[in-house]
Design a protein around this ligand. Structure first.
Ligand code: GDP
Ligand code: MG
Length: 177
């Protein structure tokens, strides 16, 4: 490897937003440590986790930020959004209200970040098919309207969690490389 290549560094800040208890912290712990926490407890302490991923042979550090239980609207500070180049906007497929609030989260994202931020709409808890309250179609349609990527995930059984982050990371990489 040449010195040039060694010096090349990619650090992407990605924020995870959405209503309380949609599974943001568990998506992050599944992605960064392959862990799931059954006890719902308010996120305390850790502001972000850094996970290294390899894209096209390049080492990329994904610095993923988790709201420290500040999910009320406008309680998330601008420092949280500062410098973000990617965002996962999360709802819970078993709770319609969390889906209805997505527009407000997108508004908030747009007031803090410019439109080039790679944005993924995430319908989490897809393992809860038996109590589904938001159809896949509804998710897809909203994503299309708003120009977002769309995916359904389960932090519980790991479905699509890495894929969700990887799509966002690839898109960011595409924009900067
Ligand atoms: P946050 O408030 O958005 O950070 O949500 P948490 O990650 O704390 O999760 C809230 C609750 O939902 C916890 O009881 C989790 O165990 C549960 N949970 C999170 N992700 C999933 C999932 O994919 N499937 C199911 N069934 N439960 C989940
Ligand atoms: Mg949390």
């Amino acid at each position: 490897m040449s010195e040039e290549e060694v010096r090349e560094e990619y650090l992407f800040k990605i924020v995870v937003i959405g209503d309380s208890a949609v599974g943001k912290s568990n998506l992050l712990s599944r992605f960064s440590r392959d862990e799931f926490d059954h006890n719902s407890k308010a996120t305390i302490g850790v502001e972000f986790q850094t996970q290294v991923v390899e894209i096209d042979g390049k080492e990329i550090k994904a610095q993923v930020w988790d709201t420290a239980g500040q999910e009320r609207f406008r309680a998330v500070t601008s420092a949280y959004y500062r410098g973000a180049v990617g965002a996962l906007v999360v709802y819970d497929i078993s709770r319609k209200t969390t889906f209805e609030n997505i527009k407000r989260w997108l508004d908030e994202l747009n007031t803090h970040c410019d439109t080039t931020v790679a944005r993924m709409l995430v319908g989490n808890k897809c393992d809860l098919e038996n109590i589904r309250d938001v159809s896949v179609e509804e998710g897809k349609n909203l994503a299309e309207e708003e120009g977002l990527f769309f995916i359904e995930t389960s932090a519980l059984d790991s479905t699509n969690v890495n894929t969700a982050f990887e799509i966002v990371i690839r898109e960011i990489y595409k924009n900067v490389s």
